[in-house]
Design a protein around this ligand. Structure first.
Ligand SMILES: [Zn+2]
Length: 481
């Protein structure tokens, strides 16, 4: 009986679509009735000198390997932030790290931790409009130079905020620790990794942690006009995997195909053409939920019902590299090497693949799927490095609500949403001493601005710097969680 089964299928489809429709209305209505708190912003913070302080901070070339540049940088900070250096106690001063303790009134509350990093990536000085390690504030309202954004903007903004609060004789509710590591960019062991281990040894655990991370992003997703403040609640894993193919080499004038390089190249192509399977993990579903509350109804109908529309959501996400990285582990071959001369066929061809795993996934799982797909055991994969697996921090906490309120106070027009950081940060090291680790940089930016990070002509606007200072001050002053 064709007709009755057609009617059954049709009625199932109609039921599913109407259920999704009703759910969308209910979810949006319930969220709209929840009031969001907004804080009072102090109006007497002196913001004028901050740009000069950031520009001067940039002039210290604190590349992690150039250790000699850290003591002069510390001297500059102690001269410009005297109250921070005299009123707060400093910990672990036998290292290049800066760790301060801002004692709160209530020792029964778990302390909070604000972190930023002092080190910067190197800069190819010839290609910059302004020299990367000079104190430059241009007439266009930007502070230029390596580290002006990543991450001396946060470091200076935190210090400006705390210096101001100390000047007001303000005592926070809970104790706030401040930690500036010295080697975030090299993922070394002397910075946050060491600080976190020492905290652990000393039995110090935090109830809340904020590190650099997502920004208030303009044009993050086409369907939503408002900027979206994306707060990282976890980060993707990172693995370096070597790929090796060994075959008989010889003179290139008498080749025997395929060569080891040919086999490796085929594997690289296969990896690019067969991406890892997509899936919507919990923090991405949370992101969809937050976006759905503010999106036009037609888009909200899709993203608030991922149980029904996951394939449509995945097809939207995979069109954009940033969004695509949120729904799957990514694999990129970044280095290859053959023989040492133009006329020698390599006996061993060698490549390096960088894998960025979705939280909870291991490099071995990804390699397993690649080898099953490749069906060529002449290509040998070896994991050379693998980061620890990041834990997803909860968003139903008072700390996250406080962070969200603070963001909305400073950037009232934005939508706040959790997300998965595709890059790495110091925050990963601190996960062992805190369950509520958030990654957010209080700056309003579009993609072209973000592209300057780790690139030429990195810059940070004076306006963003002022907002960042107001942000950290509001965060500490209104501590209510
Ligand atoms: Zn950074």
């Amino acid at each position: 009986m064709i007709l009755p089964s057609f009617i059954v299928i049709l009625s199932i489809i109609v039921t599913l679509l109407s259920t999704a429709f009703i759910r969308t209305i209910i979810i949006r209505h319930t969220a709209a009735s929840k009031l969001q708190e907004s804080y009072e912003i102090p109006s007497d913070i002196p913001l004028e000198d901050a740009a000069e302080n950031l520009a001067e901070a940039v002039s210290f070339k604190t590349v992690a390997s150039e250790k000699e540049n850290f003591p002069p940088f510390h001297k500059f900070l102690s001269e410009h932030y005297p109250l921070v250096h005299s009123k707060l106690s400093r910990m672990y001063s036998d290292t290049d790290n800066l760790v301060f303790v801002y004692e709160g009134k209530d020792p029964s509350l778990p302390p909070a931790l604000l972190t930023a990093h002092q080190d910067v990536v190197p800069a190819d000085e010839g290609e910059w409009e302004h020299p990367p390690f000079e104190a430059v504030i241009d007439d266009d309202g930007y502070i230029y130079g390596r580290g002006s954004f990543d991450d001396k903007s946060s470091l200076i903004a935190i210090l400006e905020s705390v210096e101001y609060l100390l000047k007001q004789n303000f005592v926070p509710k809970r104790t706030w620790y401040i930690a500036f590591g010295c080697d975030e960019e090299t993922r070394g062991s002397d910075g946050a990794s060491l600080i976190a281990s020492r905290f652990e040894e000393d039995g110090i655990r935090f109830g809340f942690l904020l590190d650099e991370g997502g920004v208030v992003a303009k044009g993050f997703i086409g369907q939503i006009k408002a900027p979206i403040a994306v707060v990282g609640v976890c980060e993707k894993g990172n693995a370096h995997v070597s790929m090796e193919v060994s075959l008989i080499g010889g003179h290139s004038s008498t080749p025997k195909n395929p060569t080891s390089m040919g086999i490796l190249a085929k594997a690289v192509s296969q990896i690019e053409h067969h991406p890892q399977s997509p899936r919507l993990i919990a923090p991405v579903k949370q992101m969809l939920h937050h976006l759905g509350l503010h999106a036009p109804f037609s888009f909200a109908y899709i993203v608030l019902n991922s149980w029904l529309f996951a394939p449509i959501i995945i097809s939207i996400f995979k069109k954009n590299p940033t969004m695509n990285a949120l729904i799957r582990s990514t694999t990129t071959v970044t280095m290859v090497k053959g023989s040492e001369a133009a006329n020698i066929i390599p006996t061993t061809s060698y490549g390096i693949m960088n894998i960025r795993m979705l939280p909870g996934e291991k490099a071995a799982t990804v390699i397993d799927s690649i080898t099953k797909d490749l069906k060529d055991d002449r290509v040998r994969f070896t994991v050379e490095y693998e980061s620890p697996v990041s834990t997803v921090s909860p968003i139903d906490t008072k700390g996250f609500a406080h962070l969200k309120n603070t963001i909305s106070t400073i950037f009232p027009e934005c939508v706040v949403s959790p997300y998965v950081m595709t890059g790495g940060s110091d925050a990963l090291h601190y996960e062992k001493v805190c369950d509520n680790v958030y990654r957010f940089t209080p700056a309003l930016m579009d993609n072209s601005e973000l592209d300057r990070m780790h690139n030429t002509n990195e810059r940070f606007s004076k306006e963003n710097l002022s907002n960042a200072i107001l942000f950290y001050t509001t965060l500490i002053r209104n501590d209510s969680f």
